[in-house]
Design a protein around this ligand. Structure first.
Ligand code: ATP
Length: 514
């Protein structure tokens, strides 16, 4: 684990050193849990967004996009339940003065039991070798049974407390489990309190006339309140979906782990409107489609898992997370929720406007049910970065730091490098750049020895380096170096476009989703 933490620290500093992610307002000592994307980060982020957007709107005839405003009428947040219930339970440690989410402290404790059980199993597997039967070991080993029993009891107690919103019980669980503050090491805890996560601001010029508005904590409500506009103007028939990418804001109590939990972040959400009664079928379908989208990136199928929710939000009748194996464990990257007709019904009630759909096939009107897929751009970015980062031992004893980014997501697709800065090589290299730049993000670089330039491109994940040498001037061939294998092949300049396109185009990725 300590090793994994080291890796994570290295990823964070790599992200800064190579222009992916900078702490916000750094020259003023930063702003907690807010980050800026640099020259390479913005490209990677845009590519992730494009992959999602195209997968939604190009591959599904019945999904269209919108871009709604961040500010919305404040009653929307009353109707959605955010004003009253978008809370996290917080608890302070009196000695360290550090603030925690009570639910997260308990979830971490449950994870500790899981880790202990996994350790016992790994130890036994080593001892018994091929003859090891994990199911039997779990069913009979005294220590594992004891740990599992304590874990399950804790889990049950926690679920009940969360479902009942019982803050005293959450505190009692923390006391009974003897959970200590990781900073002070003490159990000197305050009461548990609810904390609303929405940011408020004022709209309007005069103090009297100003209206309190919220920075949206999710993009979904912009879709719900435009549902009828899109349905009517786009002549959409159920089932159909509306997709949106945009900023969301949450005043997170504990903002840790870099861009995993931010106060300003970006979401990619799609609401899929279906007939009542068909929602669970569509929920299953979207679960499958979304995992396929993730896996198509080729970052390793074993790094994903579903986490089905036991505690369902009051409006949901099924929910699951797609979790990704980050250096700090399996973590939620995307949520898929069956939200029933809760949101549309609430907006109907609060606005007094009819939001129904007339189904010509059934010859009846109803409020559609909704399946939502909701993914954080920044979390997706983090999962891609963590999975790509590698310190590779080379046969010559050196190490190279390389980002094995999925090629269609890489910020720079190819770098054109004249071997030396003379003899007409730079001019020839520029000619190649001028050909390629219309289709691919192309870098030109002439400074430093060629090996150093390769390393710099490896560090930002550039899939191809094209080297122009003296032979190029004679026969119009170049060397094409592939990032992951470091293999160099001699190819004709005329073939470059196709070779690169086959590997880096987004279309090649989208085709895998068919
Ligand atoms: P968590 O349990 O981690 O707080 P959540 O269940 O509240 O997340 P949702 O409301 O389902 O998250 O939001 C959908 C997605 O938005 C999440 O899967 C995540 O990728 C992203 N997201 C949510 N909160 C943040 C945040 N503070 N910073 C970055 N991304 C976030």
């Amino acid at each position: 684990m300590a090793q994994q933490e080291d890796v994570f620290k290295k990823i964070v500093s790599h992200a800064k050193e190579y222009g992916f992610v900078f702490p916000s307002s750094e020259i003023y000592d930063g702003l907690s849990a807010v980050y800026d994307y640099g020259q390479n980060g913005v490209e990677l982020k845009n590519n992730i967004k494009r992959y999602w957007w195209d997968a939604m709107t190009l591959l599904h005839e019945n999904i269209v996009g919108i871009d709604s405003a961040i500010f919305m009428h404040p009653t929307i947040w009353k109707a959605s339940g955010h004003v009253d219930a978008f809370n996290d339970p917080l608890i302070d440690n009196r000695d360290s003065k550090k603030r925690y989410r009570a639910d997260v402290l308990i979830e971490d404790q449950i994870a500790k039991y899981d880790e202990k059980i996994a350790k016992e199993i790994a130890k036994a597997a080593k001892r018994f070798g091929d003859a090891f039967d994990e199911a039997q070991f779990r069913a009979t080993n005294g220590r594992v049974l004891d740990l599992q029993g304590r874990r399950d009891a804790l889990h049950e107690r926690f679920s009940v407390a969360m479902n009942a919103n019982d803050l005293n019980e959450l505190r009692q669980i923390i006391i009974d489990e003897e959970i200590v503050c990781p900073i002070s090491g003490t159990k000197n805890w305050t009461e548990v309190r609810q904390f609303n996560l929405m940011f408020k601001t004022e709209m309007g010029s005069t103090a009297d006339g100003a209206m309190t508005v919220y920075l949206r904590p999710e993009t979904a409500q912009g879709i719900f309140v435009n549902y009828l506009n899109v349905q009517k103007t786009g002549r959409m028939r159920i089932p159909f979906g509306i997709a949106q990418i945009g900023k969301a804001f949450r005043n997170e109590i504990v903002a840790r782990q870099f861009i995993f939990r931010m106060r300003e972040f970006e979401q990619m959400e799609m609401q899929f409107f279906v007939r009542p009664g068909e929602e669970l079928k569509w929920f299953g379908q979207w679960k499958e489609w979304r995992l396929k989208w993730h896996k198509a990136l080729g970052m390793g199928d074993e790094k994903y898992r579903y986490h089905d929710h036991e505690k369902l939000a009051h409006y949901a009748n099924a929910a699951t997370d797609i979790e990704f194996l980050m250096p700090f464990g399996f973590k939620e990257v995307e949520g898929i929720h069956s939200r029933t007709n809760f949101d549309l019904s609430q907006h109907q009630k609060f606005s007094g406007k009819k939001i129904e759909y007339f189904d010509p096939e059934l010859n009846q009107s109803y409020t559609p049910y909704v399946i939502e897929t909701s993914i954080g751009v920044d979390r997706m970015f983090l999962s891609v970065l963590c999975s790509a980062y590698d310190e590779e031992q080379l046969p010559n004893g050196e190490t190279r730091t390389v980002l094995h980014l999925p090629a269609p997501l890489a910020p720079v697709k190819c770098a054109v490098l004249p071997l030396v800065r003379k003899d007409g090589l730079p001019e020839k290299a520029r000619e190649i750049v001028d050909e390629l730049k219309f289709d691919f993000a192309t870098h030109y670089e002439e400074k430093d020895a060629i090996g150093k330039r390769y390393r710099r491109q490896d560090a930002i994940g550039t899939p191809f380096c094209i080297t122009v040498d003296h032979q190029t001037l004679e026969d119009n061939t170049v060397t094409l170096r592939e990032r992951d294998s470091m293999e160099q092949t001699r190819v004709a300049i005329a073939d470059l476009h196709k070779l690169i396109h086959d590997r880096v185009s987004l279309a090649s990725l989208l085709r895998k989703l068919r």
